[in-house]
Design a protein around this ligand. Structure first.
Ligand SMILES: [Zn+2]
Length: 458
């Protein structure tokens, strides 16, 4: 089991949008938020802070316990923290989880707040009205001064964005959208598979989501259900996002290597100048094939391609020129490649059928559908993976299943064994740009690559 986790470089996204004038207030507020979120931490390990001249001191936080309960008619759990504002007035903070059906005016009346303040906030400027778009499940922070008047209202739109209203001296409010800086670091991990990819991923510190992303990149080359071997190895570079130094989430996998049964496969993520993003081999070939091997997920094959099969309904020898997948009625069916619908309707024993043409040489057919995907028709252009309809048993069928056919130059081929063409490689005009960017990532990947380690140990 190899495990490494390094940070190589960071790049900056989302520039701060804070005016200098409001910086002090923001700093004070930020400290208060920090205090609210870390109250549990400080309650067990209270730091001794001697400098009481700070505009807002964490030494005040334990005293929040002594803050008299403010009478508010709400049964929502609230976190209350007493803190100094710049004017040395106390602000009492409440955290309000927005419930389904709650409007801002309802929240104001539940908390005994002045409705004219709400009006002032909504009409403060052109972003004030965004307060009207609050959604359930998110959080409002309500700050009141000792006389119970609203001093701050903060709506946390998401982890990096908040809408904030601050009462000014003249009684009006200033409303601003605060965008926190997200820092992206490149992290790396590597592991060796003993029982499953998920376990090895967990041991390497990867989330399930990241392991799925990794499996998807190599899905065309490795059948993770059948072809994994104990001792297979992987290594990857991926993005980690942070706000205020705190881990937020993981982003994209930038480069990865998988060693399956001693055979190394490498992939790198690349966005071309026209905006197309995909994973490619080190030479710029697509990691994807032009076709998915199967049009439905997690389905059992109930009948194989067989040119001398006895038909289950007709009970006589009739070639089975496709593959049947048993699945529940309503299971979504995906177009296996980019293409254009050339037939959509009823066709004898096939029942409801969709036929898709993929370029000049290929076509695919999907039969016995219960329903077609809404909004599509003959002539509709599709991307690989687009849903075209749902499993059913229309036409001659003993039970719900999908009958899938794959034709090359008009000839039926076994969809499970036919050699699938590669998806489009990187355009020639972008190759130089690709090589330059990809080689940087491959150099970093090589530093943690199991194959590299194996070579150097020889
Ligand atoms: Zn069939």
């Amino acid at each position: 089991m190899h495990y490494k986790n390094n940070y190589y470089l960071s790049k900056r996204r989302n520039k701060k949008k804070k005016s200098t004038a409001s910086k002090l207030i923001l700093t004070a507020l930020a400290c208060t938020f920090f205090a609210i979120s870390s109250y549990a931490f400080f309650s067990t390990t209270t730091p001794s802070v001697e400098n009481n001249n700070l505009p807002l001191s964490i030494a005040d936080i334990p005293s929040a316990l002594d803050t008299p309960e403010k009478s508010v008619t709400t049964n929502i759990p609230v976190a209350k923290i007493k803190a100094h504002s710049l004017q040395s007035l106390s602000t009492i903070w409440q955290k309000h989880e927005i419930k389904s059906g709650e409007s801002l005016s309802l929240i104001f009346s539940k908390n005994g707040l002045n409705r004219s303040d709400l009006h002032k906030i909504i009409h403060a400027n052109d972003i004030g009205s965004q307060f009207a778009a609050i959604t359930p499940g998110k959080t409002l922070l309500i700050g009141q001064n000792i006389s119970g008047n609203l001093s701050h209202l903060v709506y946390q739109i998401n982890l990096s964005k908040e809408l904030k209203a601050t009462r000014l001296d003249d009684g009006n409010f200033k409303v601003e959208l605060i965008i926190k800086e997200i820092e992206t670091h490149i992290a790396s991990a590597s592991g060796t598979i003993e029982s499953s990819l998920f376990w090895a991923g967990k041991e390497a510190g990867l989330s399930d989501k990241l392991v799925m992303q990794l499996a998807n990149i190599f899905a065309w080359d490795i059948d993770f259900a059948l072809n994994l071997r104990a001792g297979d190895q992987f290594s990857l570079l991926y993005e980690k996002h942070f706000i205020d130094g705190k881990f937020l989430n993981t982003g994209e996998i930038l480069a990865a290597e998988f060693i399956n049964d001693g055979h190394s496969i490498k992939a790198v993520r690349y966005q071309d100048p026209a905006g197309k993003i995909s994973y490619y081999t080190p030479t710029g070939e697509s990691m994807r094939k032009a076709f998915l091997r199967t049009p439905i997920d997690f389905a059992r094959i109930s009948s194989h391609f067989n040119l001398r099969r006895k038909h289950p309904v007709l009970n006589k020898i009739r070639a089975h020129k496709g593959v049947d997948y048993a699945a529940r009625t309503g299971t979504p069916i995906k177009s296996t490649g980019d293409g254009k619908i050339i037939f959509r309707g009823k066709k004898g024993g096939y029942g409801n059928v969709v036929i898709i043409k993929h370029g000049q040489r290929y076509s695919t057919l999907y039969a016995h559908l219960s329903k077609f995907k809404r909004g599509q028709r003959t002539g509709t252009r599709l991307n690989q993976g687009d849903i075209i309809g749902y499993v059913g048993k229309s036409g001659l069928a003993t039970g719900p299943h999908l009958h899938y056919e794959f034709r090359v130059n008009g000839v039926h081929r076994n969809p499970l064994t036919v050699k699938l063409p590669n998806a489009t490689p990187i355009k020639k005009k972008y190759i130089a740009d690709f090589i330059e960017k990809a080689s940087l990532l491959f150099v970093q990947l090589a530093e943690i690559s199991p194959s590299q380690l194996a070579t150097t140990q020889l």
